[in-house]
Design a protein around this ligand. Structure first.
Ligand code: HEC
Length: 129
């Protein structure tokens, strides 16, 4: 348990260090979301279309949570949802308003043509838009 936590910190600080080096938002993150993700450190562990320490937000969006459910999961993560990942710490410092913005954006990523390396499952779900 301790070991996992140490690893988590290590990879998080690694990610932060590399962000520092680039100081540029990845192009698939809108400026406002980049600001929030940086402010609340989400960006150390999450990307829209790429697994880092945490799951890609596009994969979170595929779970079809409501915005409110995502907000709750930001405050009270349920690690059992993501086997194979370390547990996310509750991010209670995020004000509700900002959590809603992040959650709304995360949900909007479903169906964006995430280029996936590997895992060819869940390709196209029937959906009416
Ligand atoms: C230190 C790394 C780390 C940080 C910082 C972090 N997360 Fe996570 N996040 C994870 C990991 C790992 C998971 C998967 C395991 C889990 O849910 O506990 C996850 C899961 C999630 C999920 C999916 C929840 C579910 O149950 O499906 C959402 C949504 C999410 N994070 C949003 C955020 C937001 C928004 C922030 C910033 C306010 C943030 N995370 C900050 C590591 C992180």
């Amino acid at each position: 348990m301790k070991k996992i936590f140490g690893l988590l910190i290590a990879s998080a600080s690694l990610a932060v260090a590399s962000i520092d080096a680039h100081a540029q938002a990845p192009s698939d993150i809108p400026a406002e979301m980049n600001t929030l993700m940086t402010k609340y450190t989400c960006i150390a562990c999450h990307r829209p279309n790429q697994r880092l320490v945490g799951p890609a937000y596009a994969d979170v969006a595929k779970k079809k949570y409501s915005t409110e459910e995502i907000v709750n999961l930001i405050y009270n993560p349920i690690p059992a949802h993501w086997p194979g990942y370390p547990p996310m710490a509750p991010m209670k410092q995020v004000p509700k308003e900002d959590a809603v913005k992040l959650a709304t954006w995360i949900n909007s990523l479903d169906g964006s043509p995430a280029k996936k390396a590997g895992s060819g499952k869940g390709k196209s779900k029937s959906k009416k838009a």
